[in-house]
Design a protein around this ligand. Structure first.
Ligand SMILES: *Cc1c(COP(=O)(O)O)cnc(C)c1O
Length: 455
């Protein structure tokens, strides 16, 4: 039976000569069409061999499969996703969305020549980092700043330039692993420094750090436990206390702040996320944080602190290997200017995090109405969202979603695989699209996709 079917499989050459496929060759490169035909035949052969196919499709279906294969092969792999998860900083979906202005600045930098390393006043060479350094210093209160590719690179550079060949005490409770094998102990080793664990998982006292200080100690380090919290019977010294201790022994204090918000998130009901300004005010010598977490800008690692340390980093050979490109710098400058001129609510991350439950209910209501008008029985649902991106890990934020019932697994898959991928979540047998991370202008697309998926 299988052998018979396999013998009946059309040949690649035959299919390529069929008029319907011939027409596709007028629209796409030869190789694209040939590859698609091979893939479709290959899939059929595989299906026959593992018993999933017991009859060959008719010509029309076969041609449709080839056309579909071509469509999927030529469309961009990186494309827009409609984020209905409610997770504002979704690392898999690209973390922070840039503001219109920042995206425009990146686009201009990409398409046109720029002042990247050119000083228009002198007509001579300018400095790549000058576009953002002053702004960062003004916003954070730091003396000096440097921007690299991401915060992982920033930590690597900080440790490499300040601690190589020495010891660095870090609290046991702060030996963080961030996704993608970024672990504090491994980074330390890669920088040629020796990590000295101090304290216990739940409690680390100032005297634990003090006892660990020896002639080999190069710095004290604090790592923000951005993606987890140790709660209950816990204790750790304040930043100011660590700074006092460090300086008593002539040691710099460095901090990996992770998210690094410039705005106090308490005002949105989000607790325990320190601001960058807090760290500088406490006297920390060098602080690093991400550009695309709570800051809401492009992927970048921002290093700020005392001039003597940052100057050394600027000359470090690693810096050139970690440098940011012009699009990143343009987007970062624009994002920082929004903070500087008080328009940071234009930054999508901030707008999403500051949206109140009432506003979100109204937004979800608009989508719900549009779905209902299209004959789809959607309902409003109160849900709990997350910040994501390893920020504010223990807290959920009240939000509103549109809920769909029925064959939710199939619905989830169809929406995910659709022309524009829609990513929602299933909770208690309901398919949920959280209004917090949705764009109102995407609602017609969502309605169309849901209608098609349910048809
Ligand atoms: C996210 C994070 C990092 C890594 O930052 P990237 O910008 O993703 O490279 C490092 N340390 C902490 C504490 C973090 O939260």
């Amino acid at each position: 039976m299988n052998q018979q079917l396999l013998r009946k499989l059309p040949k690649v050459d035959e299919l390529l000569r069929a008029p319907a496929v011939e027409a596709l060759r007028g629209e796409h490169p030869e190789q694209t069409v040939t590859d698609a035909v091979r893939k479709v035949i290959g899939n059929l052969r595989q299906g026959i061999l593992n018993g999933q196919i017991d009859a060959l499709p008719d010509q029309e279906t076969l041609f449709a499969q080839i056309a579909g294969q071509i469509r999927s092969d030529v469309r961009p792999s990186m494309r827009t996703v409609i984020n209905g998860t409610g997770i504002v900083l979704h690392t898999n979906l690209g973390r922070a969305c840039l503001s219109e202005k920042a995206a425009q600045a990146a686009s201009d930098a990409a398409r046109r020549y720029s002042t990247l390393e050119y000083n228009v006043s002198t007509g001579g060479r300018g400095l790549r980092y000058s576009h953002v350094e002053e702004l960062i210093c003004r916003l954070t209160g730091a003396e000096s700043a440097l921007v690299v590719n991401n915060n992982a690179a920033a930590v690597l550079l900080v440790l490499s330039s300040m601690t190589t060949g020495g010891q660095v005490p870090v609290s046991r409770g702060e030996l963080v692993e961030i996704g993608g094998s970024f672990r504090v102990p491994d980074i330390m080793e890669a920088c040629g420094a020796q990590l000295k664990e101090v304290g216990t998982t739940n409690k680390t006292h100032l005297f634990d750090y003090e006892r660990a200080i020896c002639p080999e100690t190069k710095a004290l380090m604090k790592v923000h436990t951005s993606n987890y919290r140790i709660v209950g019977f816990t204790e750790k010294p304040t930043l100011a206390e660590m700074v006092e201790l460090g300086h008593k022994y002539n040691l710099p204090v460095i901090e990996d702040l992770g998210s690094g918000s410039l705005v106090n998130l308490e005002q949105f009901g989000l607790h325990d996320e320190p601001t960058v300004q807090d760290s500088i005010r406490a006297g920390v010598d060098v602080v690093s944080f991400s550009g695309d977490k709570l800051l809401g800008g492009p992927q970048a690692g921002i290093i700020i602190g005392k001039k003597q340390y940052v100057d050394k980093m600027k000359k470090h050979p690693l810096t050139r290997a970690m440098r940011v490109d012009k699009m990143t710098l343009a987007a970062l400058e624009s994002t920082l200017r929004s903070y500087d001129n008080g328009t940071w609510s234009d930054i999508p991350t901030m707008a999403m995090l500051s949206a109140s439950a009432d506003e979100l209910k109204e937004k979800a209501g608009i989508l719900c109405d549009q779905l209902n008008q299209a004959g789809i029985p959607a309902q409003l649902a109160a849900v709990e969202g997350q910040v994501g991106g390893g920020s504010v890990p223990t807290q959920t934020i009240p939000s509103w979603a549109v809920a769909l019932e029925g064959a939710v697994e199939a619905l989830e898959e169809k929406l995910r695989l659709g022309e524009t991928a829609i990513v929602g979540r299933i909770h208690n047998d309901r398919y949920l699209l959280d209004a917090r991370t949705l764009w109102v202008e995407d609602f017609p697309t969502i309605v169309r996709a849901v209608k098609e998926a349910l048809a």
